[in-house]
Design a protein around this ligand. Structure first.
Ligand code: PMP
Length: 363
């Protein structure tokens, strides 16, 4: 079987080594004669797995001791509502920065759960000659007592990433669904970080929440128990039956990341992979990227063919070459290559080769 490189934005490619290990121990995990998904989440073996997963994640992201790490249900969108219900209270207000599709969705969800006056929204993308760039205003000049500021540092659909740290007078909540552990970040700058698992962590459905302990003193709204951070902390993320198989695979991905030298090493490779692709796109008049250099995502490279009539031919031939799932999101069109941690540099090299050849054959 020749290698297939899967550029899907999510659920995305997982590390081959992890998938092979999972396959080899699917029917007999840890010598128990049963799979990990068939045992009690309260069994000694599973609880040990969760402790290992948490300590590996803490090490990988240098998570300070005053932060809780939660493994929750409901993916990224589950957290859109959880942050509102956990932190806004009856009269609280929050500021949402919008930079693309996912942060806009988080505003819609927040407004659905509150009265509109509680959610302020600031669009931070400027578009000049068709090129999108993030410009963040001086937030310290805003005279409002927000409970939190919410933003999405990597817009999966648009391929827009915000690399600068945000200087905010209010606790920062970041949706890192598509860039968690792709590069070094300083966790202590955030009140809460969340991520749906299906890009850099494991199977969909699981979400990781990293929350500073003082955030849990904010007033909350009535909410479902399974999305309640305080209950999740109290019950070690096991208030109800957690997604155990996803948790197991996440633990394996964390162990794999450590074996590869951790987030710093991964970040170097990610920068190389992204540079390879963006440099090629910039050098060609056949392809264009509509994101400003300062905000080009390391994880989701969006690009367009100069002649959009060739889109379906491009996708058909790419698939035949075992380069799959390159179609851009339906809301923005074009192409998108998602190159998360599990994508080896060889996958990006193969893509660039294919793009060169396609351009040469279609002039
Ligand atoms: N936020 C971001 C940045 C995402 O990329 C996604 C999913 N692609 C979500 C939120 C929503 O995640 P889910 O589908 O797990 O709810």
């Amino acid at each position: 079987m020749s290698t297939t490189y899967n550029f899907c934005a999510g659920p995305a490619m997982l590390p081959q080594d992890v998938m092979k290990k999972a396959q080899s121990e699917l029917l007999d995990w840890n010598g128990l004669g049963t799979s990990v998904m068939e045992i009690s989440h309260r069994s000694k073996e599973f609880v040990e797995l969760t402790a290992r997963a948490e300590s590996d994640l803490r090490e990988l992201m240098s998570i300070p001791a005053n932060y809780h790490v939660l493994f929750m249900h409901g993916g990224g969108r589950g957290q859109f509502s959880a942050v509102v219900n956990n932190f806004l209270g009856e009269n609280g207000q929050a500021l949402y920065l919008t930079s693309g599709s996912w942060s806009k969705s988080s505003v819609e969800e927040a407004r659905k759960l509150t009265c509109d006056a509680q959610i302020d929204n600031l669009d931070i993308v400027e578009n000049t000659n068709g090129i999108s760039q993030v410009v963040i205003p001086q937030l310290n000049e805003i005279d409002k007592d927000y409970r939190y500021l919410h933003y999405c540092p990597n817009e999966t659909v648009d391929g827009i990433e915000i690399f600068d740290e945000i200087d905010s007078p209010w606790p920062i909540i970041a949706d890192m669904s598509s860039n968690i552990m792709s590069r070094e970040i300083d966790v202590s700058k955030y009140g809460l970080i969340y991520a749906g698992a299906q890009k850099n962590i494991g199977p969909s459905g699981l979400s990781i929440v990293i929350v500073r302990d003082d955030m849990l003193n904010l007033p909350c709204l009535p909410q479902s128990s399974i999305m309640d951070y305080r209950l999740a902390v109290k019950h070690d993320s096991m208030y109800n039956t957690p997604p155990t198989f996803a948790w197991y695979l996440a633990a394996e991905v964390f162990a794999w990341l450590k074996s590869k030298g951790g987030v710093d090493r991964m970040a170097n490779t990610n920068r190389q992979k992204a540079a390879l692709l963006y440099d090629f796109i910039d050098s060609s008049d056949f392809y264009t990227c509509k994101v400003h250099q300062a905000n080009r995502s390391l994880m989701n490279v969006t690009f367009y063919l100069a002649n959009e009539e060739l889109n379906s031919e491009f996708l058909k031939l790419a698939t035949e070459t075992n380069l799959v799932a390159l179609k851009g999101h339906r809301s923005v069109g074009g192409m998108r290559a998602s190159i998360y941690n599990a994508m080896p540099i060889e996958g990006v090299e193969a893509l660039v080769e294919f793009m060169k050849e396609f351009a040469a054959n279609n002039r």
